[in-house]
Design a protein around this ligand. Structure first.
Ligand SMILES: CC(C)(COP(=O)(O)OP(=O)(O)OC[C@H]1O[C@@H](n2cnc3c(N)ncnc32)[C@H](O)[C@@H]1OP(=O)(O)O)[C@@H](O)C(=O)NCCC(=O)NCCS
Length: 311
């Protein structure tokens, strides 16, 4: 009889083999635009460690799948915690045999039931997650926009005088983290510190006098064609355009990227309508955000989420 066990590890306990399997299966699944191999190694592979639990399924000693549970909020002393579920994958040849559900159940029992449990779902699993008490809060819609078109269309934002964009290094990190926490609805400063240090990434902030009024992180995609935005937060859409323009200029001059790729949530700003009408593009993929409680995020200021892999 086959022997199936689930092993739980913290990021501190992950071996090179564990990290390689996270990279391999997310890449095989086509998720590497948002969960780049270099991101996985950077975010999981060293201190300061993220508050996460990784569950690996082993069949007769062979690793066959995993799921990850991040807990956000404890490091910022938030009373509102979020458990974000991600990287739920079973090896292709062994799907449909009940192993995924067993790995999932091991994780589900460990979550903090007082926290808001959230994930970005693939469309095919919405009803299964719904039956566990997760509701769709918004839809994350992916758009791919040519950098050249951004340079043309948003050059006018250079004339916005009361707001300037500058590299994150020119302001105190705490001011950036505070702005992020205000928009996201909870503080996750360890995660943010690691996020802004992702390999091949750039982070800018938009500043009005001394106030942070927006931020954007962009990083080179694995295919070196689509630069990935996440997050883009801003107080209004004019500031968002200015940040998109700044990010596009840098990616054009410093990388071989041709496009900008981002996941825009529905239900907040009019960013989707703006991008569709400014660039004539349509949504490529969508990943509904599902949660057990109403998140306290200020969705009107979330122009693009961090990533479907990290919430
Ligand atoms: C999703 C995935 C991990 C499921 O693993 P699996 O081993 O194929 O699933 P199982 O064989 O254990 O599923 C058994 C049953 O439990 C259900 N199930 C699986 N995971 C579940 C979950 N998280 N919640 C509720 N039900 C679940 C299945 O739908 C199936 O129901 P059915 O018998 O009525 O069809 C696997 O299909 C996969 O790797 N897919 C590609 C990656 C992906 O899309 N991941 C989800 C991202 S949100």
């Amino acid at each position: 009889m086959a022997n199936f066990v689930v092993q739980r590890k913290s990021p501190q306990e992950l071996t090179q083999e564990d990290l390689d399997s996270l990279v391999q299966w997310t890449t095989d699944e086509g998720w590497d635009p948002y969960t780049r191999p270099s991101d996985i190694k950077h975010l999981y592979g060293g201190p300061p460690y993220l508050d996460a639990k990784v569950f690996f399924g082993f069949l007769d000693g062979k690793r066959i799948g995993h799921v990850v549970l991040f807990t956000y909020g404890k490091d910022g002393g938030s009373t509102d915690l979020m458990d974000f579920i991600t990287f739920f994958i079973v090896e292709k040849s062994l799907r449909g045999k009940g192993y995924g559900l067993k790995i999932w159940n091991a994780m589900w029992e460990c979550r903090d039931t007082s926290a808001n449990t959230c994930l970005d779902s693939v469309v095919s699993l919405i009803s299964q997650y719904g039956s566990l008490g997760l509701n769709i809060e918004w839809d994350n819609r992916e758009y791919i926009i040519p950098l050249l078109a951004i340079a043309e269309k948003y050059k006018v934002t250079e004339n916005i005088e009361n707001v300037s964009t500058k590299p994150l290094s020119e302001i105190k990190f705490e001011k950036y983290a505070e702005y992020s926490a205000k928009v996201y609805g909870l503080s996750r400063s360890v995660f943010l510190k690691k996020w802004v240090a992702l390999p091949e990434s750039f982070t800018w902030v938009a500043v009005n006098e001394n106030d942070v009024v927006g931020c954007i992180t962009i990083r080179e995609g694995v295919d070196k064609q689509d630069a990935i935005v996440g997050p883009l937060y801003s107080d209004n859409l004019e500031i968002a355009k200015k940040l998109i323009y700044t990010a596009a200029q840098t990616m054009s001059s410093q990388t071989s990227s041709k496009n900008l790729r981002m996941c825009i949530p529905t239900g907040g700003s009019n960013a989707i309508q703006m991008i569709e009408s400014d660039f004539g593009v349509k949504c490529d993929h969508n990943f509904p955000r599902m949660c057990s409680k109403k998140p306290k995020v200020d969705i009107s200021k979330v122009i693009a989420i961090h990533s479907p892999g990290y919430g």
